[in-house]
Each structure stands twice: as C-alpha cells, then as structure tokens.
Design a protein around this ligand. Sequence first.
Ligand SMILES: Nc1ncnc2c1ncn2[C@@H]1O[C@H](COP(=O)(O)OP(=O)(O)OP(=O)(O)O)[C@@H](O)[C@H]1O
Length: 260
Amino acid sequence: MEKIIELDQVSLKRNGQWILQNINWHINQHENWVLYGLNGAGKTALLNMLCAYYFPTQGSIKVLDKVFGRDYLAEKLRQKIGLVSSRLQQKFYPSDSAFEIVLSGAYASIGLYEKPTEEIREKAIGLLEELHCLSYADRPYETLSQGERQRVLIARALMAGPELLILDEPTTGLDFLAREQLLDALTHISEKSTAPTLLYVTHHVEEILPIFTHTLLLKNGQVFDSGLTKDMLSDEKLTELFECKVSVTWENGRASLRKK
Ligand SMILES: Nc1ncnc2c1ncn2[C@@H]1O[C@H](COP(=O)(O)OP(=O)(O)OP(=O)(O)O)[C@@H](O)[C@H]1O
C-alpha cells in the first residue's frame, strides 16, 4: 500500500526549544486523518514540516514517497499538496473574482498570470458547482463571507488534483450552518473516485466527520496516541489527554464532548 506520509522519530527545535519530539506517524492511502490537539500542541509546526517549510532537527520525513531535500524539491512537492487554511486567505488579491482564484489553483500561483485553457476553465466551473459557489463565482473575493471564501479555497486547492489535501482549522470564523455546509462538501469530496487523502486539523471534536477513519492526538509536541478515530475519541482517552474529566457522546457517527 502506498504511504502518503511517513514520519519516523521526528523532532523539531526552534529558537533553542523543542517544539515536536519523537513523532512517529504513518498515513496510508485510503485513510483520512484528523490531527487533534489543544492550543499550542504543535499542530501548526507539524503542518509546516509536512509542507516542507520546516525541516526536522532529528528523524526522517517522507511525504508522498519523497524524502525532503534528498530526492525532491520542496516547491515541486507542494504542488501535489492542497492546503486550505484561514491564514492563507490574506494572501489573495481582494479584487480577484472567486472564479479567478479557483483558476489560479491550476498554476499554484497567487493571482492569474496565464490565459487558462478551456479545459482548465471547465474544471474550475465544475469544482465551483460541486462546492456550491457558482452563484458568486464572478464576485470579488473581498465581498465574500468567511464561509464562501473557505469553499472557494477548497475548490482552488482541488484544481491541481492534489494527492493530499490538508485542511487547517477550516471552520474558523464560520457560523453553525456555514460550518455544516463546509463539512458536507468535504464528505462529498471524499466520496469521489479521484478523492485525495484528507488531513483535517482541528481542536473541535464536533467537527470530526465519519469519513475521518484515523486520528492522531497531539499533546505538548508529542504523540499522545494515534489510531482509529472511534478508539481515540473515548471518555478515558480524552480525560487523560485533557487531564480533566470529560464525556463523549456519539450520534450519527459524530462525537460531541462535555466537561463532567
Ligand atoms: N519559532 C518558534 N520559536 C519558539 N517557539 C515556537 C516557535 N513556533 C512555535 N513555537 C511554540 O511551539 C508550540 C506549538 O506551537 P503551534 O503553533 O505549532 O501550536 P498549535 O497546536 O498549532 O496551536 P493553535 O491551535 O493555538 O494554533 C507553542 O508553544 C509555540 O509557542
């Protein structure tokens, strides 16, 4: 089975401080993962390593079967990874239309500098339709709501046909309905035959959809535990993780969390 991510004994030191320690994490094809941890657990640092913005101080990382720095250029690798993050939102030109932003995903550029082919335009329209963004495709990005922007960014990330799609707290700033619409869109994406492997980063248990078969619990820069989502989201496991009594309730394959 093809490995999407292989981290072996990975540690990261920044400014004299260990931020991540001894991370072992393997993601296989056809698994969708959640990276779950509280504020400051090290989720962002870990993502920065997966996208080759940081290099491990110790240990080895393979993403999509490539070892960073040895047999592959980081830039080339990033073209195979779709990234959706609210931090990315500020990078786009506010006057560009939603359509232009999605088209630019085909070239992995901020802004559109090439005339898109008819095939690329059709693909962008298809993705805008799937993500229910067609009605505002011609509107400037700056006029879109937070939920609309996030769906446009998912469509953009899918333009290049990534093998791995990373969603970094994609529901930040979304109201309940916008959040559920975005989560529905992810379920739809995961059901397609061409679906990329999904990696969803969150600190909200309620957002973990049944499509996420596996979960890694990160605490203080270390793997607290990892495995099947249903085993990770248990009363005992999360009580130990938070060092505070919690109970988990399941309904329709989704968990919710309460402090006891
Ligand atoms: N360049 C750096 N130098 C020193 N410490 C850092 C650096 N970058 C991150 N840290 C620290 O490492 C820890 C993990 O940070 P990180 O941003 O990865 O956490 P996170 O899980 O993404 O948190 P959040 O959910 O709040 O975004 C934090 O304590 C942070 O202060």
